[in-house]
Design a binder for this molecule. Sequence first.
Ligand code: GLY
Length: 385
Amino acid sequence: MAQRSDIVVIGGGIIGLAVARRLCLSGSAVTVLEQHRTGRGASWAAAGMLAPHCEFDEADDPYFVLCRTGLERYAGFIDALREETGCSIDYNSTGMIYPALSDRGQARLETRYDRHRRDGVPVERLTVREARRLEPNLSNRIHMALRYPADHQVENRDVVTALARSVRLHGGVVREGVTARKIVLDGLRVAGVDTTDGLWNAKTVVIAMGCRARYLDGVSPAHRIPVRPVRGQILALRAGAVPPFRHTIFTSEVYLVPRSDGRLIVGATVEEAGFRNEVTLGGVLRLFRGALELAPGLESCPLESTWSGLRPVARDGWPVLGATGTPGLFAATGHGRNGILLAPLTGDLIAEAILHDKVPTVMRPFLPDRFYPAGTGETKDDRNR
Ligand code: GLY
């Protein structure tokens, strides 16, 4: 017999769970269908940086504005999740340090500093001495550094665990091991989802399947979401009882994220490898080299583990958020390097779109119709972010 739900969310990663929680809080009957285990895909693989100021050069980029809005909501979101679930969530608001390792890197950071100051981005310029006073384990070969005090980081695995609990506590259904096969239509409208566990009737369906979003059958070819996987390899060092850094250390090549459990996360490669979700010798080598260049003292740290994940990246590099051209079908994917950061905001935005038929200004550039042949949205060149 068919099962039914007001809303079905396909995908139990951080985005699907954040959307589901938000809809549950508004009183909707929500079911999350997860092919494997909740939160064990890209959401588990991530390093949890909440770092729009480090990640973006330009403050007038709409994607930066989206990410900064996401960051503004994060601390409140974590407080609410802790309160709702009793889960502990490792959250670090010390900030991030972005060092330059060459003359060219320094020139780039000096330009960035001037531009960010002009645009009101919170940033500090540090001499080598100042940077090493804050973080003595940084290499003495750095040229200078920028400090971004408003960038944070969170243990993403804590967040997805708490989110799944919150959805259930608020009456949502979370089904693991159920694969969505096909969107079922009634005329032009969504009527449900055909799954490996039978049919789910639902008038509203959210596609939050990460990098697999384009492969859902039943969606009109014109409305498919053009996302692809971009692999990130990552590793954890066992750094000891005292974390080697208080800040997250960020460069465009590698980042070092200190966890309060004594691990130091070293991430991440950015690779076009299709769906090959695997760790390679070359990938790990690049991470080792990058980490040691930033902090030679890490040489003696035991290697704890390595893993990889597949970021969902849209054709133009921007998230894909909101109503698709198929009535009742919504997209929430394509978050690329910023899925952990954007999860709470995505939950709010998709809930606004579903429950109130609203497109908040910050979401407008990210509507799926920008990809449609005769869409009303802006069509952009590939940005390859
Ligand atoms: N958030 C950084 C990354 O995806 O590697």
